[in-house]
Structure formats: structure tokens, C-alpha cells
Design a protein around this ligand. Structure first.
Ligand code: ATR
Length: 280
């Protein structure tokens, strides 16, 4: 008797443009896994209901995207240590002991930085521009990867301070405003969401690139982002956008669900062509 394939989905609002179904279809093909992966839209106030119905009907796992990552952390019965540290969940999995919440965003960023861009995190000073939900999820992973110091710079300095305070026990994390950026960072990561719309990225002092060997934009797009173009114009051509992070965090989720880790490079090449604009 053949059983129905295990069911997975990405839940979010909106979720119609998510690349995750394509990524997981390619992972499943590569790993010989029979599984279904769909988009699961939910109204902004409807995460618990929609996710509850999905798991109630036998769903095996969910990826969680904006704006539900905090709600998913509340919803899970147990959290992995990294999800606990991040205070947010992007992956849910049914287990015999209830619903497990994990956060693979930080691991995805570090994998893309180190394996694909060829950047060094260990022992380095990392400057992060922005202090939104995405930053909260990745700072613990950058510290776990050995970053010597992280500076979080944000327009609203209080949000940067809140993340620095929450992560204080894990390593050296400093907060500053966009008008007082350090000039000794080895790696500069953009997480300012305005960076995708032309002309809305705030003016940045190019001196922040003085020592940077590489830059990274957590936002992704079909064309180089304004931040990556700005960095290239100021002499730092080694850069990647966040598409690789998306694929790498998906691979981590897939590994949690299926017990095997797919190769990410072939999937990145298939979905976007060679995405690297740096040495990686
Ligand atoms: P995400 O979850 O993707 O990080 P978010 O939580 O909405 O998204 O965070 C957006 C980030 O971009 C914030 O750091 C925000 O700065 P504030 O905290 O001061 O709002 C930053 N951002 C958005 N538009 C900006 C702009 N025009 N200038 C400077 N920073 C901006």
C-alpha cells in the first residue's frame, strides 16, 4: 500500500513570490525524497489557526517567513538552542515529543558567507547595517562562527541596542547609529530593508569599506542590489546578495526534516545561474 507523501509548506504573508517551493523540489529530486511542498498563505492575525489546521491535517513541517517568525516561536512546543537564542523560528517540524521550532537563518547566512563567498568570520569585526527581525536571527550564529566583534548600526539606535543587550552574553556586540559607523570592519552586511528600492538606501560613509574584504546584502534581487553596487563603486567587488542565504537556510531545514543535507550549489545555479559576484 503506497502512503501519501509527507507534506511541507512555507507559511507567510505574503507568500506568493516565495522561492522555497522551487528550492525544496530540487532538493527532494536530488536526494530521492518523495515529499510535497506548497505555499501556505495566512492572514496577518491568522498564523496559529492556519498552522494549527496544517499540522492537524497531518502536515510534517513548515518554513515560516515574515511576519510570523516570532509567533512561530510561541507556537512550537520545544525550541532548538539556536532558535531560543534568536527568539524566532523559521522551521517547524512534527516530532513524537511535539512540535519542534528551529531557526536556520543564521546558519544559512554563515554557510553562504564562508562556503560560497569565501569570507572569513572567525576572529573578524563584522558590521551589520540594520536592526530588524532578520538581524536578531543571525547575530548569535555569527558569534558562534567566531566573530570577534559585531557592530549593529541602525537608524533607530534603540533597536540596535536591544539586540546588542540580548546577545551580550554570547560575545562582543556594540550598537551605534548610522552617523557613527566604524571604519575598521572586515566584513559589512546590509540588512536595511529599504535597500531594494532605488534611491531609498540611506547615505553611508564609504570609509566603512576601508578595511572590508567583502560585503553581503541579506536582501536578494535579480540584479545587483543598490548596496552591492555602491560597495563595488567604492572598491569592494567581492559581494553576494541574500539568495545564497535563502538556499542555505532551506538546506538546513531540509536536513532537519529529512535527515540528509542536499548540495546547495547545483540548486543555486539552476534557479539563478551563477549568482556569485565575488571570489566564491
Ligand atoms: P527585516 O525583518 O527584514 O530585518 P524589519 O524588521 O522591517 O525587516 O527591519 C528593517 C530594517 O531596515 C530596520 O533596521 C530599519 O531601520 P529602523 O529600525 O530605524 O526602522 C531599516 N530601514 C528601513 N528603511 C530605512 C531607511 N530608509 N533608512 C534607514 N534604515 C531603514
Amino acid at each position: 500500500m503506497s502512503s501519501a507523501p509527507d507534506r511541507y509548506a512555507v507559511i507567510g504573508h505574503p507568500v506568493d513570490h516565495s522561492r522555497s517551493p522551487d528550492i525544496h523540489r530540487l532538493f527532494a529530486e536530488q536526494c530521492g525524497q518523495v515529499m510535497e511542498y506548497t505555499r501556505l498563505p495566512a492572514p496577518t492575525d491568522g498564523f496559529e489557526r492556519v498552522a494549527g489546521e496544517f499540522f492537524g491535517a497531518g502536515g510534517a513541517g513548515l518554513n515560516v517567513t515574515l511576519p510570523f517568525k516570532l509567533a512561530a516561536a510561541e507556537f512550537a512546543d520545544r525550541l532548538t538552542e539556536r532558535a531560543e537564542r534568536a527568539g524566532a523560528v523559521n522551521t517547524l517540524k512534527t516530532t513524537p515529543n511535539g512540535l519542534l521550532g528551529d531557526n536556520t537563518d543564521g546558519a544559512g547566512l554563515v554557510a553562504d558567507l564562508v562556503d560560497n563567498l569565501g569570507a572569513t568570520v572567525a576572529g573578524r569585526h563584522v558590521l551589520i547595517l540594520g536592526a530588524g527581525g532578520a538581524v536578531r536571527g543571525v547575530v548569535p550564529s555569527l558569534l558562534a562562527a567566531g566573530a570577534a566583534r559585531i557592530t549593529i548600526a541602525n537608524r533607530s539606535i534603540d533597536k540596535a541596542r536591544a539586540i546588542a543587550t540580548a546577545c551580550a552574553g554570547m560575545g562582543e556586540v556594540i550598537a551605534c547609529g548610522l552617523d557613527a559607523l566604524p571604519e575598521d570592519a572586515d566584513l559589512v552586511i546590509n540588512a536595511i530593508s529599504a535597500g531594494l528600492t532605488e534611491g531609498t538606501m540611506p547615505a553611508l560613509n564609504p570609509r566603512i569599506l576601508a578595511r572590508a574584504g567583502a560585503v553581503y546584502d541579506m536582501i536578494y534581487a535579480d540584479a545587483p542590489t543598490p548596496f552591492l553596487r555602491w560597495a563595488a563603486e567604492h572598491g569592494v567587488a567581492a559581494g553576494r546578495d541574500g539568495f545564497g542565504m535563502l538556499v542555505e537556510q532551506a538546506a538546513e531545514s531540509f536536513a532537519l526534516w529529512r535527515g540528509m543535507r542536499p548540495s546547495t550549489k547545483a540548486v543555486m545555479d539552476t534557479l539563478r545561474g551563477p549568482a556569485t559576484r565575488g571570489p566564491g
